[in-house]
Design a binder for this molecule. Structure first.
Ligand code: SF4
Ligand code: SF4
Length: 192
C-alpha cells in the first residue's frame, strides 16, 4: 500500500498532474451553467417583482435604485437578495419575464455581519445607466406622463360637453312635445 501511494505521488510529480490549486489565487474554471451570485441588468429590469414572489425562501426584496430605466420600471424598484437565505435554486431567474436576472459565476461571498451578504442592485447590477442617461430617460418619462394626463383631461372635458349637449337636446325635445300634449288635451275636452 505504501509503495502504491508513492507510485501515485511520483506519477503526479512526473506527469505534471494538477492535484491542488492555490485557492483563492487560482480558481477552477466553472461550468457555463454554474449557479453563482446573481447578476442583474438594471437597464432592462421592469421592477415587476416576479423574482421576489417566486422565491421559496423569501430572500428577495424590491428596493429603490436610480440607475434603471424609468420608462420601463415606473416605480424604479429592483431586487435585493439576501444570500444568507438563498439556496441558489435559480427559480427567480427562470421566472423573470425579461431575462434581466442571471446566475453569475462568482461564487465567493463573505462578510463580518449578517447585512454584509445582503446584496442590493448597486452590488449585483452588471449593467446600469449613467446619471446623464437616467436624467434623459426621466425627462422622457415625465413628458409622456404629462401627455397622457393632458389627453385624459381632454377626453373628460369632451365627455362632459357631450353629456351636457345630450341633456340640452332632451330638454328641448320635451319642450317641443308640450304643445302637442296641450293640443291633444284640448281636443279631448272639445269632444266631451
Ligand atoms: S436562487 Fe432561489 S433561493 Fe435564491 S433568490 Fe433566487 S429563488 Fe430565491
Ligand atoms: S429581475 Fe426580472 S423578475 Fe425581478 S423585478 Fe426585474 S424584471 Fe421582474
Amino acid at each position: 500500500m505504501v509503495l502504491k501511494n508513492y507510485k501515485i505521488t511520483l506519477k503526479a510529480a512526473t506527469r505534471d498532474v494538477e492535484v491542488t490549486r492555490m485557492y483563492p489565487e487560482f480558481m477552477m474554471e466553472l461550468p457555463a451553467n454554474e449557479r453563482g451570485i446573481h447578476e442583474l441588468d438594471a437597464t432592462t429590469c421592469i421592477g415587476c417583482g416576479s423574482c421576489a414572489r417566486i422565491c421559496p425562501n423569501g430572500c428577495i426584496e424590491m428596493v429603490p435604485y436610480k440607475y434603471g430605466n424609468p420608462l420601463k420600471n415606473k416605480k424604479m424598484v429592483f431586487p435585493q437578495i439576501d444570500f444568507g437565505r438563498c439556496m441558489f435554486c435559480g427559480l427567480c431567474v427562470d421566472d423573470c419575464p425579461v431575462s434581466c436576472l442571471k446566475m453569475g459565476k462568482k461564487v465567493t461571498i463573505a462578510g463580518w455581519n449578517r447585512e454584509d451578504i445582503i446584496l442590493g442592485p448597486e452590488k449585483i447590477a452588471v449593467n446600469k445607466f449613467s446619471d446623464k442617461e437616467v436624467a434623459d430617460l426621466a425627462a422622457e418619462a415625465a413628458r409622456i406622463a404629462a401627455e397622457k394626463k393632458a389627453a385624459a383631461a381632454a377626453a373628460a372635458k369632451a365627455k362632459a360637453e357631450k353629456a351636457k349637449a345630450e341633456k340640452a337636446n332632451a330638454a328641448k325635445a320635451e319642450g317641443g312635445d308640450e304643445p302637442k300634449k296641450n293640443n291633444k288635451a284640448k281636443a279631448k275636452g272639445d269632444e266631451a
